[in-house]
Write a protein that binds this ligand. Structure first.
Ligand code: GAL
Length: 495
């Protein structure tokens, strides 16, 4: 009897231990799940509850790699772009490639619409400001219509004149807007899609007084069947104008033989911008057949009012920094009109890079670039110049850390934006790196990835990690606001 009692007591003790151990295992499993859930917040998986809660709190948040909508609910089309903070209006203006139109058949390019502009007070809500620089579209400059100084560069595509414009009968030589599919007109009515009659009149007024020959040259050079990439804008304090520069190419859409820089100006940040010209740059090298090429590019304004064009040159072998003159629309030169190496321009490096994004922090200049693999992602790299923008640029390697660092999180750099606090003042050392996640077979579906970029000013190093959500906390390096237990459980079970 005694023995049976003892046995029962032992079994009971054992059961207790088993229950306690099982409970402990379950508890740790559950906590592990909760902890890993919190870690996943910044991983690729979307956690809707968390996002909703953050949005309800009205915090700045963008979800990387998804379609971002403007305030009218339309997808934002501003690829390969850049942003200015306009002191006059206290607004951000974002300029980029409009890739709304479907890819040209079988090609990894779209019919060019122009440079799209959006404005925002908070980097989150973007208002459509329209196409700030639309390409010219009046086929009368190429279809044999009687030459006349009165022909407008822009014409509504639903007009009889446009519709009745015959197909051209001229060769496919340089600057001819004749695509392979045999029509001079854009496959899409991109001008009336984005501009009403008043805006079209406003655009044409910019070119009043030009001759037929001048306009024809402009039309042949800047139309839907060219390449307009990586537009950037600066406000010019010397002239009071907004200056746009971009990578202009062709001869036809998707071709990169021209390798020129474009220039346009406007009195207001949202445009309309007046097209001025496109041309090669004056950087030269002995024995080089193709002088002064410009492909991927950016603009940089220093605090002394000097501005620079920074671009992949010499068949993408080198990256050149070209000082601009006071208008920002042309290269700086000496009194004989010569742009001299070492004085007006330098080769920053010969590392075969593209997609440059340049900024200055604590007296040092930083340049983030990509490698040369077309639309496909590759490892990023950065260079630092400690002793002036024309000083030596040191190769610092890949700034990315973590998963997919070797393909820059499937994206390519385009611009570095200084982060500003609520008071509109820049926060030292805190930046946002703007990148593009390209979709080459369906370019209009390309998305944006904006990542917090932190500078260690002492060591002149950059830190870049992937964040699925761009939040103020992530930019400022603060811990993200923790979820309550209830929120964690709800989000974990997806309720
Ligand atoms: C990329 C470049 C893009 C675009 C693309 C075309 O390397 O950065 O802006 O030009 O090539 O393949």
């Amino acid at each position: 009897m005694k023995n049976t009692k003892k046995r029962f007591a032992a079994i009971f003790r054992l059961k207790k231990i088993v229950i306690i151990v099982a409970a402990a295992i379950m508890l740790s499993l559950f906590s592990w799940m909760l902890i890993s859930y919190e870690i996943q917040i910044y991983d690729d998986k979307s956690i809707l509850e968390w996002v909703k809660k953050k949005e309800m709190k009205g915090e700045f948040i963008l979800k990387n790699g998804t379609v971002w909508l403007d305030t009218d609910g339309a997808p934002i089309q501003a690829h390969g772009g850049g942003i200015i903070f306009d002191e006059k209006t206290s607004k951000y203006y974002w300029y980029g490639e409009d890739k709304t139109e479907p890819n040209l058949p079988g090609k990894t390019c779209v019919p060019v619409t122009g440079v799209h502009c959006y404005s925002s007070k908070d980097l989150k809500n973007w208002k459509n400001e329209g196409i700030a620089l639309p390409v010219f579209n009046n086929p009368q400059f190429a279809d044999g219509t009687e030459p006349s100084d009165g022909l407008p560069l822009y014409i509504a595509e639903d007009s009889a004149v446009y519709k009745n414009s015959p197909l051209p009968a001229f060769s496919m030589k340089e600057k001819d807007p004749v695509p392979e599919n045999g029509t001079v007109k854009s496959p899409s009515a991109t001008l009336i899609k984005h501009n009403d009659a008043n805006r079209i009149a406003e655009l044409n007024a910019l070119y009043e007084g030009l001759t037929y020959a001048q306009k024809k040259e402009m039309y042949l050079n800047f139309n839907w069947n060219k390449v307009v990439e990586r537009p950037k804008v600066l406000y010019n304090p010397h002239t009071g104008k907004y200056v746009m520069r971009w990578h202009h190419d062709g001869d036809k859409a998707g071709e990169y033989a021209a390798a020129e820089a474009g220039a346009a100006v406007s009195d207001s940040p949202a445009g309309p911008f007046k097209y001025l010209y496109t041309s090669r740059l004056p950087n030269t090298a002995e024995g080089l057949e193709q002088q002064g090429m410009l492909r991927d590019m950016t603009l940089f304004a220093d605090d002394d009012g000097k501005a620079y064009l920074i671009y992949s040159s010499e068949n993408n072998k080198t990256t050149v920094i070209m000082l601009l003159d006071e208008s920002y629309t042309a290269p700086a030169a000496d009194k004989y009109g010569n742009s001299v190496e070492g004085v007006h321009w330098i080769r920053a490096h010969s590392d075969e890079r593209e997609a440059p994004a340049v900024f200055k922090n604590n007296g040092a200049y930083y340049m983030i670039t990509s490698g040369l693999t077309g639309w496909a992602p590759n490892p990023a790299k950065y260079h630092v110049a400690k002793n002036g923008i024309f000083g030596e640029w040191e190769d610092k390697g890949n700034p990315c850390a973590g998963r997919k660092a070797d393909v820059t999180y499937n994206a390519q750099s385009t611009f570095v934006l200084e982060y500003r606090g609520e008071d509109g003042k820049t926060v030292p050392g805190k930046y946002i790196l703007l990148l593009d996640r390209w979709s080459p077979n369906n370019l209009s579906q390309s998305t944006y990835v904006w990542l917090p970029l932190t500078v260690d000013a002492e060591n002149q190093t950059l830190k870049l990690t992937y964040h699925a959500y761009l939040t103020k906390e992530a930019i400022l390096g603060l811990p993200s606001p923790p979820l309550t237990l209830k929120e964690k459980i709800k989000a974990f079970f997806g309720i």
